[in-house]
Design a protein around this ligand. Structure first.
Ligand code: ZN
Length: 115
């Protein structure tokens, strides 16, 4: 079953300029522009995860974005490393990150669910 990204998640994805797409089977993918480390791993700043959340799951004011590292030098889809708290906070659907070199600009249309 295909889920949806709720408004809070869409706002975060828009802020980090991460376009959403679907594969042939309708699975949701969040496209992220990655950087390559000296070890040939791929890294990106997560649009969702922060370093520290309160009990109510809201981020602390001084919380920092989390960087996810994915081994393997090939671009393509990866299972998210996002924390359980992050999944709960955003009520995230099942999705994969699609690691790409560049992403297109995400317009604010996106916030209306037009992805
Ligand atoms: Zn994450």
């Amino acid at each position: 079953m295909v889920g949806v990204f709720h408004e809070k998640a869409l706002i975060a994805l828009h802020r980090y300029n991460c376009p959403i797409s679907q594969d042939e089977s309708g699975n949701l993918m969040v496209n992220v522009a990655v950087k390559r480390t000296i070890n040939n791993d791929l890294v990106f700043t997560c649009p969702f995860c922060v370093s520290k959340r309160k009990k109510n799951l809201n981020p602390y004011a001084n919380a920092k974005s989390v960087i996810h590292i994915h081994g393997g030098s090939c671009y393509g889809t990866r299972t998210p490393h996002c924390s359980l708290e992050t999944y709960k906070f955003y009520n995230l659907p099942r999705f994969e990150f699609n690691l790409v070199e560049n992403v297109n600009y995400v317009s604010s249309d996106y916030l209306k669910g037009n992805y």
